[in-house]
Structures are given as structure tokens and as C-alpha cells.
Design a binder for this molecule. Structure first.
Ligand SMILES: Nc1nc2c(c(=O)[nH]1)N(C=O)[C@@H](CNc1ccc(C(=O)N[C@@H](CCC(=O)O)C(=O)O)cc1)CN2
Ligand SMILES: Nc1nc2c(ncn2[C@@H]2O[C@H](COP(=O)(O)OP(=O)(O)OP(=O)(O)O)[C@@H](O)[C@H]2O)c(=O)[nH]1
Ligand SMILES: [Mg+2]
Length: 461
């Protein structure tokens, strides 16, 4: 297998960057970067023992290019196979940050024979070498992409292999019940031991409960990822001012001319550990201006795509047709699952807006007072914070979720069959459940496991 190399950190101005190599030639390639003299290229593994890299020990070394010119002074860590993240020889070159140094190190690694890694290739090798199962692999990606702090702990636990372990245990419990069933299959219903029946029902019920909790937390997780918040309102009510207030900087142009914002502006904000995309839109009104009309169309589109809507109205002016148009828009059936917060803005001015918003969630503010930023953020945070059982797991991958749902379904059927003493059906449903569960972590052969389990039973039992 090729030796691959990649920059594992973001390409941005930063304190340090990590270039990572993986594969059997890693040591040879890095040995070339550690020698000052030009011309004596290490081509075989045997020549590299002079570079003195102790496995799993951070060492400070000068790094040179192919002409012997120094590139950086860096930390090298050698993870000797199989004791590495993916089971191969891995070497990390932890260089100074910035965009140029790591790229230069990367280039020199390829000069000595490393190949640029494809996306996910380090982890793919970890899976192939049995260091990570599918569940852990997926948790790795989800942990990196997670936008909601409520789930950090849960995803980290997925990564620890706890979830895979729990599924393994559950699989064993199911196999045990199948075994009981298989043994009893030839007996008539009266002969099925009451104890076995009761115990099996209890075990299945418990598994069903655990799976339901996983599916429930998975639903919350999916609902709370990559949230979008759209600021909507007629022109001049202070939408861009509100954006600037929430960002605590002058991001958007603000003016007393209606129609200032035309293209939607999008930024990321952190609201209580939730990374939310916030979108300031063009003010809603009928305008003869074609470009502005495009902007208005876009505003509605963004609103439909967002989970949270901040609808801004001007406290200092009576309601106008455009305001009512927005209220009409909000009453649509397709918007009923969105979180809508009515923002009555400009409360520093005399109140002239007497509309009754009481059936909405409302907040009265002005964008001049910076304290109002946290008022709004707290209000949004309230709806996003939910009690999430930290002792369960989440299935971040759709296929895995579907597999668990299907296993749950089989278990429910098994219970019904068991209650009707249809032993063969119980066995069938449970075997189906095992197939699905197995695929969540790694594809495996149910028959093999059954063979090994039955071998432990006494003849006649
Ligand atoms: N510098 C650095 N930081 C990192 C990583 C990395 O690769 N490099 N990781 C990359 O994702 C994560 C840590 N994950 C890792 C997982 C396993 C092993 C490892 O060496 N496993 C061996 C030995 C196990 C042990 O000592 O307990 C093994 O499993 O055999 C290393 C990192 C996050 N931080
Ligand atoms: N008194 C007062 N004026 C405000 C407040 N918020 C915004 N304004 C003013 O209202 C005017 C319009 O503000 P913008 O933020 O540009 O309004 P907008 O809703 O983005 O307008 P469009 O981009 O045209 O749709 C500006 O002159 C702001 O200074 C407020 O809380 N109090
Ligand atoms: Mg604006």
C-alpha cells in the first residue's frame, strides 16, 4: 500500500500545522527530510536507523528540503505500526503554522515518494486495519462537523467504542434468546418454560427501550445540526442593525434609506454553544426595481430554509401593508414547525405600532443598546437547549439509523410472536434484527456467531 501524506490541520494562519504520513515508507521519507547533506537520498528502510526516532516520543528536529535547505524546526512524532491511529507506520511533522511551511514540507514528502492522501484515506486505513468500526468512523466525522455543544459529549462517547460495545452485548443477548428458541422449537407451546418466556420478554423489552432512546436522541441531534436563522421584515425596520448587534460588529451596511440590503448576508454566530448561520435579508416590499424584487424573492426563500425566524417590526411606526404581508407569510402551514420570534425594534422611540402580537413569541428591543444582544441570544438559546440523555448514543449516519429502526421493528415483532408462542417466527425476527445490528458496526456473519454459541450448549438442552 502506498505511503500517503496530507496536511491534517486547516490551511490558515495558525500557531502550528501538522503534516501526517502513513504507510510503510513513512520512516524512509521522513529520514530524508531530517538530513542536512544533499545527495545521499535514503531509498531503503535500512538506511534510516540513523535518524533516531523513538516511537511515540516527541522530538525537536530541523527539517530540510531536497537541496539541504532548512524549512523549519519542528516536532516529529513516530507512531510505529501497529500502535498508531490507523495501524500503519504514521509520522507526524508538527511544524510552525501558516500556509507556506506545511505546504513546503508536504511537497518535499511527495518528492521522496509519498502520495497525496485522498479525503478520509487515513481513517479508511484505520477501518481496514480494524482500529475503528463503522460507528466510530462516523462519530469521528460527526464530532468534527458538530455544530451543537449539547452533543459533544455524546459524540465523543460514540468515538470511545462504548456504543459498539453496547451493541455487541445486545447482540449476545439476542443470540442467547435465539438459542433458547431453537432448542425449544420442537416442543409444543405448553412445554415452553414460563421462566424462559418471561425472561426473554423482559430482555427484549429492555433492548427496545434502549433503542428507542437512541433513536430519540438521534432525532434531536438531526434537528439541531446546521441551524439557520433568518432575519425577515419590511425595509428600514432595522434588520441589518440587528445582524450587526448580534455579531457585535458592523458587518452590514445600515442606512435610513429603505432597500439598503439587497443580497442576503450570511455569517456564523455562536449562541450558547450552537453554531448558527444567521442571514440578514433584503426588506420585503413591492418594488419596481427588478434587482430589489429578486432580493425580496430570495428573502422568502431563505426564510423557508431556516429553522429560526426573527421577524422584525418597527415599534415607532404603525403597521403597513408589507408588515401584514409578512404576517400572512408566517401563517402558512409549511412554516408551523419553525421557531418564530417577533422582534419589536426601535423601542427607544415613541410607540406607534399598536398591533397585537400576543400570540407570537415576542421581544421588544432597540439595536442601539448592546445589552439587547444577549437578551435575544438567551431567548434563542432557550429553545435550543433541551434535556438530552447523556447516557445514550446517537447514530449520526442515516443508514445506521435505518438499520437500528429496522432491528427495533424486528424486536417488536418478536415480542408479539413470543406472546403467541410462535417460536419459529421469534427466531426468524431475531435473526433479522441481528443482521441489521451487525451492519451498524461491521458486516459479519450471523451463522458463524450462532455456530460458536451453540457449541457451548449441552446436547439436548
Ligand atoms: N497529534 C495528533 N492529535 C490527534 C490525533 C492524531 O492523529 N494526531 N487524532 C487522530 O484522529 C486524534 C486522537 N486519536 C488517536 C487514536 C489512536 C491513536 C493511537 O496511537 N492508537 C494506538 C495506540 C493506542 C494507545 O496507546 O492507547 C492503537 O490504537 O494501537 C492515536 C491518536 C485527535 N488528536
Ligand atoms: N432609533 C432607532 N433607530 C434604529 C434602530 N435600529 C435601526 N435603526 C435605524 O433604522 C434605519 C434602518 O436600519 P437598517 O438596519 O438599515 O434597516 P434594514 O431593516 O436592514 O433595512 P433594509 O436593508 O433597507 O431592508 C437606520 O437608520 C438605523 O440606524 C433602533 O433600535 N432605534
Ligand atoms: Mg438591511
Amino acid at each position: 500500500m502506498d505511503t500517503i501524506v496530507a496536511i491534517s490541520t486547516a490551511l490558515a494562519k495558525s500557531a502550528i500545522s501538522i503534516v501526517r504520513l502513513s504507510g510503510k515508507d513513512s520512516l524512509r521519507i521522513v529520514s530524508n527530510l531530517l538530513k542536512k547533506q544533499q545527495g545521499q537520498i535514503h531509498t531503503s528502510q535500512s538506511l534510516c536507523n540513523d535518524i533516531n526516532l523513538m516511537p511515540r516520543q516527541a522530538t525537536l528536529r530541523n527539517i530540510y528540503d531536497e537541496y539541504g535547505r532548512m524549512i523549519d524546526k519542528a516536532i516529529i512524532i513516530y507512531f510505529k505500526a501497529p500502535l498508531s491511529f490507523n495501524g500503519e507506520d504514521i509520522i507526524e511533522i508538527q511544524s510552525h503554522g501558516g500556509k507556506l511551511i506545511a505546504q513546503e514540507i508536504l511537497r518535499v514528502c511527495t518528492y521522496y515518494g509519498a502520495r497525496l492522501a485522498n479525503a478520509g484515506e487515513f481513517s479508511r486505513r484505520a477501518f481496514r486495519n480494524g482500529k475503528l468500526d463503522l460507528l466510530e468512523l462516523d462519530a469521528t466525522i460527526s464530532l468534527i462537523n458538530n455544530t451543537n455543544a449539547n452533543f459533544t459529549q455524546l459524540l465523543a462517547r460514540n468515538l470511545s467504542g462504548e456504543c459498539s460495545k453496547m451493541l455487541d452485548e445486545i447482540r449476545l443477548q439476542i443470540i442467547e434468546i435465539i438459542a433458547q428458541m431453537e432448542v425449544n422449537i420442537d416442543y409444543s407451546e405448553e412445554d415452553l418454560d414460563e421462566n424462559i418466556l418471561e425472561k426473554s420478554l423482559q430482555v427484549l423489552d429492555n433492548i427496545i427501550q434502549r433503542f428507542s432512546t437512541i433513536l430519540e436522541s438521534t432525532k434531536h441531534y438531526n434537528r439541531l445540526q446546521n441551524l439557520k436563522l433568518c432575519i425577515l421584515g419590511k425595509p428600514n425596520v432595522g434588520k441589518s442593525s440587528l445582524l450587526n448587534l448580534l455579531l457585535l460588529r458592523q458587518r452590514a451596511i445600515v442606512s435610513n434609506l429603505a432597500g439598503t440590503t439587497r443580497d442576503a448576508i450570511s455569517e456564523i454566530i455562536d449562541i450558547g454553544g450552537n453554531l448558527i448561520t444567521i442571514i440578514d435579508t433584503a426588506g420585503i416590499r413591492d418594488s419596481g426595481d427588478f434587482i430589489e424584487q429578486e432580493g425580496v424573492k430570495q428573502s422568502f426563500e431563505y426564510a423557508k430554509q431556516s429553522e429560526i425566524l426573527l421577524c422584525v417590526f418597527d415599534n415607532s411606526e404603525p403597521m403597513e401593508k408589507e408588515d401584514f404581508d409578512i404576517l400572512d407569510f408566517l401563517s402558512q402551514d409549511s412554516l408551523k414547525d419553525k421557531f418564530i420570534l417577533v422582534v419589536l425594534n426601535k423601542n427607544d422611540l415613541i410607540k406607534k405600532n399598536t398591533h397585537d402580537f400576543t400570540h407570537f413569541n415576542t421581544i421588544s428591543i432597540n439595536t442601539k443598546d448592546i445589552q439587547n444582544a444577549s437578551l435575544i441570544k438567551n431567548k434563542i438559546q432557550d429553545i435550543l437547549t433541551m434535556q438530552i440523555d447523556q447516557n445514550t448514543f446517537i447514530l449520526t449516519n442515516n443508514t445506521q439509523r435505518i438499520l437500528l429502526e429496522s432491528a427495533l421493528h424486528n424486536l417488536q415483532n418478536a415480542i408479539i410472536s413470543l406472546q403467541h408462542f410462535q417460536i419459529e417466527l421469534v427466531s426468524f425476527e431475531l435473526t433479522q434484527a441481528l443482521q441489521s445490528l451487525g451492519q451498524i458496526t461491521k458486516p459479519y456473519n450471523v451463522e458463524d456467531i450462532l455456530d460458536s454459541l451453540f457449541s457451548q450448549f449441552c446436547v439436548g438442552k
